[in-house]
Structure formats: structure tokens, C-alpha cells
Write a protein that binds this ligand. Structure first.
Ligand code: BTN
Length: 266
């Protein structure tokens, strides 16, 4: 059910630009599914779905996303880029830059990005990004559902006990509540800018922006992808957005997996 929309004031109405339309719901299973329905009905690029609460919020690799009401930002943005299917994951790195830049306005010096899709504050996870491709019957890209979750006003006692050493929020990091509408506005404006930049100039031009926030570069890490396990020192990301790991016999490109920093509590 859609009631009064507190995000209406930041809807920009500009066709094709992020935030052109913002649909707000008190409760959804997942903003990804509502955005999928809008996209199937011809919803334009830039349309945003926001839920106050999600009952089945989801993260990468089939994980769930804790989505209580009244505290955080849960949104999905419809993008319609003309790119090959294989380039979709780069859009989540671009969204990471925009999310880090938006959070940096409230928490300068505290935000970092953990490849591929985690937004960290003081070394704990405060946000996550998921980029789901929707294809047609010829397996061509129809659109991308870019989901972003940011823990904004979650207090420590709102975090499930088993996640307290790993998860955080903007409020916990800076010590006071933050304005969700202002953060959403910054996020959509910065994402619009970064998205235009990537479709015009390509991902390689954006690597320095991503590296500026990288939590992993120079660190010894272990990457686990199903049965595969690889350890080495992170050299950064390459022009495709792959993680470049220095292992014993040279650099190795990592395309997927869960990364943990050796010696850090994960
Ligand atoms: C991750 O870190 O695993 C990605 C988390 C993505 C969560 C967001 S919240 C809004 C959107 N709706 C969902 O169900 N998931 C994404």
C-alpha cells in the first residue's frame, strides 16, 4: 500500500534521470520485485521504488537484508543502459561510488568500499548494493534493477545480535540521527552524475573514484567463491571492475566471491 510519500519533495520529474519518479510504499516484500513489476509495465529509466520496510529484503548470494521500518533507506532504481549483459556488475561498483560520496557528506573520512558491493563505515557494513539484470527472450539486456540498502538510523540494539560485530549504521558511526530524505537526495543526484559518466566515458575513467574509497587495496585477503579459495594482496580493481589479487605467481583477476581481510574480524 502506498500512503503519503515523504520522498515526493526530491522527485525531479526529468525523464530518464535518476529520481524522475519515486514510488514509496509502507511495506513491500522487496523493492527489487516491485521495481521488476514497474519495469515490465514500461517503467522508465530513473524510476525509484522505496519501501519503509521490507519483509523479504534480499542481498547478494541469496542472503536476506534486515529491513526494519522507520530507520533506513531501501530502494531500487530502474536503469536502461545499452551495454552487454556482462557489464552489468560494473553498475554496482558505480553505485558504490555514489553511495560512498553521499554518506561522506555526513561522515567525512569514515566511509569505505569493500569489493564488490559493500559500503563500510569504520570497517563495518552499513550498506549493500545489488544489480539484477532483466533480459528478454533473446537473452539481451532489458533493464537493470539496482538495489541499494543503507543503514541510516539503526541503533545498535536494532541490529540482530549475531550481526553486531559486522554491521553498523550512519547514526552509530557519527553519534546522531541523520536525515533519510537528505541522504536519498544526495544518493540519487550523485548516482545520476556517476551513471551518466560511466555510460559516456566507460568504467575505466571511474576507477580512481572507486579506489579513493577502497577498503581492500594493499591488504592481504582471502576470497571464497563456492569451493574456490584464493589468498593474496589486493592491488585494486581493473578496467572491467574485477578485483586484482597479487598471488605467488603473479596477478589474478577475481570476478566474484566473498572477501575477508586476513587478521580482521569478519
Ligand atoms: C548485499 O550487500 O548483499 C546487497 C544488499 C542490497 C539490499 C537492498 S535494500 C533495497 C533492495 N531491495 C532488496 O531486497 N535488496 C536491495
Amino acid at each position: 500500500m502506498q500512503s503519503g510519500n515523504p520522498y515526493r519533495s526530491i522527485e525531479n520529474g526529468v525523464p530518464g534521470r535518476i529520481g524522475c519518479r519515486i514510488h514509496y510504499f509502507d511495506e513491500l516484500d522487496s523493492t527489487q520485485e516491485a521495481a521488476r513489476t514497474f519495469a515490465a509495465g514500461g517503467g522508465p529509466q530513473g524510476l525509484v521504488v522505496i519501501a519503509e520496510r521490507q519483509t523479504a529484503g534480499r542481498g547478494r548470494m541469496g542472503r536476506s537484508w534486515h529491513s526494519p521500518a522507520g530507520l533506513n533507506l531501501y530502494c531500487t532504481i530502474i536503469l536502461r543502459p545499452r551495454i552487454p549483459l556482462g557489464e552489468v556488475p560494473r553498475l554496482s561498483l558505480v553505485a558504490g561510488i555514489a553511495a560512498a560520496e553521499a554518506i561522506e557528506r555526513q561522515a567525512a573520512g569514515l566511509v569505505s568500499l569493500k569489493w564488490p558491493n559493500d559500503v563500510w563505515l569504520k570497517g563495518r557494513k552499513a550498506g549493500g548494493i545489488i544489480a539484477e539484470a532483466v533480459t528478454n527472450s533473446r537473452q539481451e539486456l532489458e533493464c537493470v534493477l539496482l538495489g541499494i540498502g543503507i543503514n541510516i538510523n539503526l541503533a545498535i540494539e536494532d541490529i540482530p545480535a549475531e550481526l553486531r560485530t559486522k554491521a553498523t549504521s550512519l547514526r552509530i558511526a557519527v553519534g546522531h540521527p541523520c536525515d533519510r530524505i537528505e541522504i536519498a537526495n544526495s544518493l540519487f543526484t550523485l548516482l545520476d552524475y556517476r551513471y551518466m559518466e560511466v555510460v559516456t566515458h566507460g568504467f575505466d575513467a571511474m576507477r580512481p573514484q572507486w579506489e579513493r574509497f577502497s577498503a581492500l587495496t594493499g591488504k592481504r585477503v582471502t576470497v571464497v567463491d563456492g569451493p574456490r579459495r584464493e589468498s593474496g594482496i589486493v592491488r585494486g580493481i581493473d578496467s572491467d571492475g574485477a578485483l586484482v589479487l597479487e598471488v605467488g605467481d603473479g596477478p589474478r583477476r577475481i570476478l566474484a566471491g566473498d572477501v575477508s581481510i586476513e587478521g580482521a574480524y569478519e
